[in-house]
Ligand binder design. Structure first.
Ligand SMILES: Cc1cc2nc3c(=O)[nH]c(=O)nc-3n(C[C@H](O)[C@H](O)[C@H](O)COP(=O)(O)OP(=O)(O)OC[C@H]3O[C@@H](n4cnc5c(N)ncnc54)[C@H](O)[C@@H]3O)c2cc1C
Length: 449
């Protein structure tokens, strides 16, 4: 909890520094009004713009001091949110700067821009601007047209290129930097801070992990018609510090898959020998998992995530999963039960056949006396089979407040863990507080970054 404050302190300190140097350098211009004030606004929007770009990189750097405080999924959501406001400053910065110069020279906007373009740095900055704009437009179109995730992912990496192109003009032309060497040094330091975090945790750490553990696929097993488990082993797996509930970003190093990295949760308590991932076919990559050859090397980033049994503070818990959202619970159910917690589990699927890891789940239920309620949204109630059912119930329907209250009458006395696809999670996150559950007793993992 307190780890979050480090991040807020870093942000606040940075905001204070840029405001201070802007006030020192451009404060007097701002007070003059007219074209001078527009120039000052152009400068502060530029400082904010670059700060946002650096923040975006830092958020996605996988730095443990950030990841352990927020969880990678929440950082990814913050990354999307910041991205939405980025365009405001991307437009404001050049517009204010060109407008102020045009007013000083008493020419039109286009004429002023063409004059500025004669300088090398402005040409490079124009390339950066177009790259940023292109990425934003492409991202919006992807959401609208539901375009392929991987293609978008690689397109949006052009942001690194844009940042490099935009770099020079800041300290070469930025008025606030020209007036203060200290500020220029600080600016380089901010870049260096982000670069060190990015290089260390995003790039170097997975390579070092691979060097140490030499991860490779040992087995592939079908679980249901659309879920396949991948078993990974290697050297010194007992020293790989993963907990039940956490996830890994994996890259299978074969000819067709090496360029894609995907997040998957551990679907079995860590036993020091093997890591199991259970993968539901939901797109081009996950539908082809069964064709991964045994022996394929695996580059792993992680472990990530704070959706673990250690979050639990009280004795009573309610776990809710939708579909493949079962995976983090396979280890957590055991861990919570071993800690003598009263655990109830509600598991939603479309049909009985789609219940992943069912036998294993029921074995756990029997061993630790966990009540499991299966809820099936696309199954006719008359066809339900209670085969395998150890404790709990099986029924047709949807997981909503009414059903939760019926199955778990003391729900307001419990902590709730939620995991699954975004639509189910979003609707439960909205409705659960009306059952008397404060938000700080609801922990969740959305299967989307
Ligand atoms: C923290 C976390 C844990 C997860 N655990 C599991 C699990 O245990 N089992 C399981 O089956 N699924 C899990 N998922 C979901 C899984 O990552 C996606 O289903 C998978 O990446 C889809 O890839 P695809 O190419 O088959 O599908 P696509 O059709 O390409 O993608 C479908 C959607 O999956 C997401 N996605 C795709 N690629 C990536 C990526 N490289 N990084 C992040 N998101 C991506 C995007 O939202 C995309 O719109 C988890 C996701 C997250 C965020």
């Amino acid at each position: 909890m307190y780890k979050k404050y480090w991040f807020y302190i870093v942000l606040l300190a940075h905001a204070t520094v840029i405001l201070y140097f802007w006030a020192m350098g451009s404060g007097s211009l701002f007070r003059l009004g007219g074209a001078s004030a527009i120039l000052a606004l152009g400068r502060i929007s530029g400082l904010i713009l670059v700060s946002m770009a650096l923040l975006q990189l830092l958020i996605m750097s996988r730095a443990p001091w950030l990841e352990q405080a927020f969880g990678l999924d929440k950082l990814a959501r913050l990354h999307h949110k910041v991205g939405k406001y980025f365009i405001i400053f991307l437009i404001a910065h050049p517009l204010f700067i060109i407008l102020s110069y045009a007013k000083f020279s008493q020419v039109g906007l286009v004429a002023e821009y063409l004059t500025l373009l004669k300088g090398d740095e402005i040409l490079k900055t124009t390339v950066a601007f177009l790259l940023f704009l292109g990425i934003i437009v492409y991202s919006l179109l992807r959401i609208w047209k539901n375009w392929n995730f991987e293609r978008w992912y690689y397109v949006h990496l052009a942001m690194y290129l844009a940042i490099i192109f935009a770099f020079g003009h800041q300290t070469e032309l930025g008025g606030d930097f020209l007036l203060s060497k200290l500020f220029t040094d600080y600016w380089y330091l901010a870049y260096a801070f982000v670069a060190v975090n990015l290089l260390s945790f995003r790039f170097l750490t997975p390579l070092l992990l691979f060097k140490k553990h030499q991860f490779f696929v040992t087995d592939i097993k079908p679980e249901t018609a659309n879920v396949t488990s991948v078993y990974i082993s290697g050297e010194k797996i007992n020293e790989f510090p993963i907990r039940s509930g956490q996830f890994l970003i994996v890259r299978f190093l074969d000819k067709t898959r090496w360029a894609q990295a995907h997040p998957f949760s551990l679907s079995k308590s860590p036993d020091g020998k093997t890591l199991r991932l259970s993968i539901k076919a939901s797109g081009d990559f996950s539908s082809e998992v069964s064709s991964i050859a045994k022996g394929t090397k695996v580059l792993i980033e992680g472990p990530y995530g704070i959706f673990t049994a250690t979050r639990s503070r009280t004795n009573k818990t309610l776990l809710i999963a939708g579909g493949i959202g079962i995976t983090p619970y396979m280890g957590m159910l055991e861990e919570l039960s071993k800690a003598n917690k009263d655990v109830v589990f509600i598991y939603g699927n479309k049909t009985q056949e789609e219940i992943a890891l069912r036998e294993e789940l029921e074995e756990l239920a029997a061993k630790y006396k966990i009540k499991i309620h299966h809820v099936l949204s696309n199954q006719d109630a008359s066809t339900l089979s209670t085969r395998h059912l150890a404790l709990g119930t099986i029924r047709a329907g949807f997981i909503d407040n009414e059903l939760i209250k019926k199955l778990v009458p003391d729900v307001q006395d419990r902590e709730v863990f939620l995991c699954g696809p975004p639509p189910m999670l979003n609707s439960l996150l909205k409705s659960l507080p009306s059952l008397g559950l404060p938000k700080n007793k609801i922990y969740f993992e959305k299967f989307s970054l």
